[in-house]
Write a protein that binds this ligand. Structure first.
Ligand code: PGA
Length: 250
């Protein structure tokens, strides 16, 4: 049995007060959802500490949305994996398409970030996904394969055992357009086969989340697919009711 995960990527939204309110509501309402579902919330750095404190002892885990590629030093504006881990945070999203697109994150940078995450006991949620023009040119398999080969294939077996993958087609993020459940399953199964080429049987245990306009009305159909192990949720993670309703999609 693979872990079932519903992770909320708050992106650059909520004030600290709003974030605290949101996590408290998520924790309270999580009682309505099967214990088998693992919830993660990923707030901005400014309220990571407060949210992690509020979530302590609850079933809701906390993740960061990014970490620095270096361990420490003269890197103005950066936040290290060690700083994040010191707050009781367990996860870090790496390689989100917005980071790749707007902040020029390459596989070389992401390899360093992954190393930092593992060195500090954080579990990476590594994002992959193709752009619209790549899907239209039917290049989505090859794009996703390269994103995996260039980063995930550098992990040790031990590191790989502690990895979450999120497939997020760029054309579905924040657009209201969702991949169909069949499109998600097709590429999730493909991703698992690519992982198996390198890591064998262990790939059977890797949670692969779907992301991109996932919401209460479509979560159940998408989560029903064999190789979809949950979701990475943006917009719909900003309302506790919606986020929880997505968790009920299992
Ligand atoms: P969305 O974002 O749910 O708002 O499409 C998902 C993500 O980017 O993680």
């Amino acid at each position: 049995m693979r872990k079932k995960i519903v992770a909320g990527n708050w992106k650059m939204n909520t004030t600290p007060a709003e974030g605290l309110e949101l996590v408290k509501n998520v924790i309270a309402q999580s009682a309505e959802v099967c214990e088998c579902v693992n919830f993660i919330v990923c707030p901005p750095f400014t309220h990571l500490s407060q949210v992690a404190e509020a979530a302590k002892g609850s079933r809701v885990a906390v993740g960061a949305q990014n970490c620095a590629a270096e361990a420490k030093g003269a890197y103005t504006g950066e936040v290290s994996a060690a700083m994040i881990a010191s707050l009781g945070v367990k996860y870090v999203i790496l390689g989100h398409s917005e980071r790749r697109e707007y902040y020029g994150e390459t596989s070389a940078t992401l390899n360093k970030k992954m190393e930092q995450a593992y060195a500090n006991g954080l579990t990476p949620i590594y994002c992959v996904g193709e752009r619209l023009e790549e899907r239209e040119a039917e290049r989505h398999f090859e794009v996703v394969k390269a994103q995996i080969e260039e980063v995930v294939f550098n992990l040790t077996a031990e590191q790989f055992a502690d990895l979450v993958i999120a497939y997020e087609p760029v054309w579905a993020i924040g657009t209201g357009k969702t991949a169909t459940a069949e499109q998600a399953e097709e590429i999730h199964a493909y991703i698992r086969s690519v992982l198996a080429e390198k890591f064998g049987e262990a790939a059977e245990s890797t949670p692969i989340l779907y992301g991109g306009s996932c919401k209460p009305s479509n979560a159940e159909e998408i989560f029903a697919k064999e190789n979809v192990d949950g979701g990475l949720i943006g917009g719909a993670a900003l309302k506790a009711e919606d986020f929880i309703a997505i968790g009920k999609g299992f």
